[in-house]
Design a protein around this ligand. Structure first.
Ligand code: SF4
Length: 213
């Protein structure tokens, strides 16, 4: 983690951290951007979120948009039709049951339409600064397995396993570090092992082909 932390300093922040830190995004913005980010490339998430928040910066304003308006604003994020439905429903639920405030507990977050453990954990970490969550997406799942930290088949298993094998002081940083690493160095196909500062420590489990650049 220390080597990866040093390695990501010169690399760009992932979309959700950018929205939170560079655009001073609220917890609501972090929640909605994370919902939009599923299976969508970071630049697309960032542009779609920025368009949506410019039109509707609060749950009140967003709940007033029609699903068709939300679709148009967030296109071309993947599954934009489903996501528009979930975004509107989540805004309505936030207003009806949480006073328009994004909750911070896992149980409450999971009651919001379209919110699963990955989104809930990232909201807890990025928006609420909780130190007791690990957010596992495909990058975290893949790299934790390549590094030999865990041996799991599904991200949900990886989350459970990481709580067992990693020190708590790193939990809230695992997602930021490994997502950034996965976007730039330990890519899904052709990871850049020859130039990776973690190479001396990495068993490279499951890696069969590497990038030459
Ligand atoms: S050495 Fe290769 S597999 Fe291991 S972390 Fe670096 S890029 Fe990933």
């Amino acid at each position: 983690m220390k080597r990866i932390g040093a390695g990501i300093r010169s690399l760009g922040l992932p979309a959700i951290e950018k929205i939170s830190e560079e655009q001073s995004g609220t917890a609501f913005h972090v929640l909605i951007a994370t919902m939009l980010s599923a299976q969508t490339r970071d630049p697309v998430t960032l542009e779609a979120s920025t368009r949506l928040f410019a039109k509707a910066p609060t749950p009140e304003a967003m709940a007033k948009l029609s699903e068709a308006q939300i679709e148009k604003l967030i296109y071309p994020v993947s599954f934009y039709r489903n996501k528009a439905v979930h975004v509107k429903a989540a805004c309505r639920k936030l207003l009806a049951e949480f006073g328009g405030v994004v909750p911070s507990t896992m149980d409450e977050l999971l009651t919001l339409p379209g919110v699963g453990r990955k989104t809930a954990n990232l909201v807890r970490i990025v928006a609420h600064k909780r130190p007791d969550s690990i957010c596992v997406d495909t990058h975290v799942h893949r790299i934790a397995n390549r590094l030999g930290w865990v041996r799991t088949r599904m991200p949900e298993q990886t989350e459970r396993a990481l709580y067992e094998v990693t020190a708590k002081k790193w939990w809230s940083r695992i997602n930021l570090y490994l997502v950034t690493w996965g976007q730039h160095v330990c890519k899904p196909v052709y990871p850049r092992c020859p130039h990776c500062p973690v190479l001396p420590l990495c068993p490279r489990i499951g890696v069969t082909r590497v990038s030459k650049t």
